[in-house]
Design a protein around this ligand. Sequence first.
Ligand code: HEC
Length: 151
Amino acid sequence: MHRRQVKNIKVIAILSFLILVWISSIPAAYANCPQARKTITAPAKFLKLKNPLPLNSKNLRSGKKLFNGQARPIACATCHGIKGNGKEDPDFESTPSARNFTCTKTMEALPDGQLFWIIKNGSKNTSMFAFSDLSDNQVWQLVHYIRQFSK
Ligand code: HEC
């Protein structure tokens, strides 16, 4: 083989290797379980709260209705997805992506009171705004409903 051919083969080998490294890093950047999370932590008194509503079909049904359509001005499913996996988020480019409620690793670490507090107050500098019109009961129904996605 000519020197030049050997050199070409080396260049191709190095390039292929670099491309492989690049391709294999793509899934990590887009993976949403566990999800990179910089959300502010709720005040301590909220973190201690447990969902006061019983986990029954009535509360789950109400939570589902709010999630999929009734919550105003925009229903939760618009960003979090009907399946709760955060993949419908239209605002993916400009803010962190919507929480993936199907990810057990992420959700297990979040107390009920944290979920409650973010729904009521929103997450600053993200598209997750405050749903201040919802009653406490409605928010707790939503907390029951979104937990179902990771069960
Ligand atoms: C306009 C898009 C949008 C809508 C509508 C929306 N969310 Fe979110 N939500 C987000 C984004 C983006 C995040 C991630 C925020 C962050 O990373 O801090 C998020 C995060 C969350 C979290 C995670 C809190 C935490 O501590 O990690 C909960 C819970 C949540 N949303 C519940 C809801 C519920 C319930 C509704 C409907 C009442 C709703 N969201 C509607 C975009 C949305």
